[in-house]
Design a protein around this ligand. Structure first.
Ligand code: S3P
Length: 425
């Protein structure tokens, strides 16, 4: 796809439902007794992979009046699937389902696309094995395909080396099947959607600081879930409106859970013109309308405990940094290397192609802002967040930008290019 410099972005939009929350609503609804109705479910490829996996595990799921209905069968209602479960491009699907499958009385094989087969699964294999599950990486390299033989599980207290909501959630979900409390302590708090939604579904879950614990004997009950707009999708419009002069965008109904909304804190540090108007909290998740106007930005340092609260927004924050006066340093973000692509290398390679002054480091990037960007050929590496970040960069670059593999945005934001086009005045 080809992109050119944009006129100001103006108007209103509602971004699609949150990806993390949509996955969890399907999973917890499947394990609940009774019906779960999901409103504003994200129909991106990743969440559709989760629906497909739970259908194959025997759960009846249907769409009616633009809502998704999950007819849950309780904690012990899943059945052995025929053949291999396919999580597509979705790390959340593989890692969270592995926790659930660890507590079943059958064996499952789980895989995904070429990118998933390169992503580290040792981080869940290790704690789930400690709980008593038998999980084997079939290629023997710590990656999918995984063969999981469910067993009776023991409660553990796991101190995770990474702040990862996927690791934390996999362990907590296995904890639903354990004989004693299961606790996870993280080095910094990662997104807490699982804790909030498990509580909303009636599980016995407690949190204190960076430790979450699930108690045995939890039962889940079907609920109505209203999914807020995804702040990770809103991020591209926040960035675009910040950098394209004369822009004014109102983004409605965005989830602003503090464990996700780090981008708003960084925008404030960079001097962005953003107002946040809180809305009613639904399903235990705070939401807001966000008004963004263009502003001159300044560089800043993004590091430490803030990183998990904006990990998926770092590619687009790196784009914003190119348009900010001074230097932006991103550190403590080595996790970027094990996302859908190696986002440190891929951002550095593509931003450099556009003429940006960027240096890759072991755990982030250093970006010298204030130099104009020029159009280039960008390889998305089939990573949706890379494609969307460069569609934003192109709006403020000289000449034409061509994004290869641009269609991969269907993973998290199927109508992204249409929305971006519509808002250009
Ligand atoms: C997610 C957690 C994060 C995030 C991913 C979604 C989740 O991954 O990057 O896009 O839904 O739990 P990690 O757990 O690997 O940090």
């Amino acid at each position: 796809m080809k992109f050119r410099r944009a006129a100001a972005l103006k108007g209103e939009l509602a971004v699609p439902g949150d990806k993390s929350i949509s996955h969890r609503a399907v999973m917890f609804g499947s394990l609940a007794s009774g019906t779960t109705c999901i409103e504003n479910f994200l129909k991106g490829a990743d969440c559709l992979s989760t629906i497909d996996c739970f259908r194959r595990l025997g759960i009846h799921i249907e769409e009616k009046n633009n809502q998704i209905y999950i007819y849950g069968k309780g904690l012990h209602g899943l059945k052995e699937p025929e053949g291999i479960l396919d999580a597509g491009n979705s790390g959340t699907t593989v890692r969270l389902i592995s926790g659930i499958l660890s507590g079943q009385s059958f064996e499952t094989t789980l895989t995904g696309d070429a990118s998933i087969q390169k992503r580290p699964m040792g981080r869940i294999i290790e704690p789930l094995s400690r709980m008593g599950a038998s999980i084997e990486s079939l290629p023997g390299n710590g990656c999918a395909p995984l063969r999981i033989q469910g067993r009776s599980l023991h409660g553990i207290h796991y101190t995770s080396p990474v702040a990862s909501a996927q690791v934390k959630s996999a362990i907590l979900l296995a904890g639903l099947y354990a004989d004693a409390p299961t606790c996870v302590t993280e080095p910094a708090l990662s997104r807490d959607h699982s804790e909030r939604m498990l509580d909303y579904f009636g599980a016995r879950i407690e949190t204190m600081g960076t430790t979450a614990s699930i108690l045995p004997g939890s039962c889940l009950e079907g609920r109505k879930v209203t999914v807020p707009g995804d702040i990770s999708s809103a991020a591209y419009f926040i960035a675009a409106a910040c950098i394209v002069p004369g822009s004014r965008l109102l983004i409605r109904n965005v989830g602003i859970n503090p464990t996700r909304a780090g981008i708003l804190r960084v925008c404030e540090k960079m001097g962005a013109d953003i107002e946040v108007f809180p809305c009613l909290e639904e399903t235990g998740e705070p939401t807001a309308d966000i008004l963004v106007k263009s502003a001159s930005l300044k560089g800043c340092t993004i590091e430490g405990d803030l990183i998990p609260a904006l990990i998926d927004e770092l590619p687009v924050l790196a784009v914003m940094a190119c348009f900010a006066e001074g230097t932006t340093t991103i550190r403590d973000a080595a996790e970027l290397k094990v996302k859908e692509s190696n986002r440190i290398d891929v951002m550095t390679e593509n931003l450099s192609a556009m003429g940006a002054r960027v240096t890759a480091t072991e755990d982030g990037m250093i970006i010298k802002g204030g130099f104009s960007l020029r159009g280039a050929v960008i390889d998305s590496h089939l990573d949706h967040r890379i494609a969307m970040s460069f569609a934003v960069a192109a709006l403020q670059a000289d000449g034409e930008t061509e994004i290869r593999g641009a269609e991969c945005v269907h993973i998290s934001y199927p109508g992204f290019y249409e929305d971006l086009q519509r808002l250009q005045s």
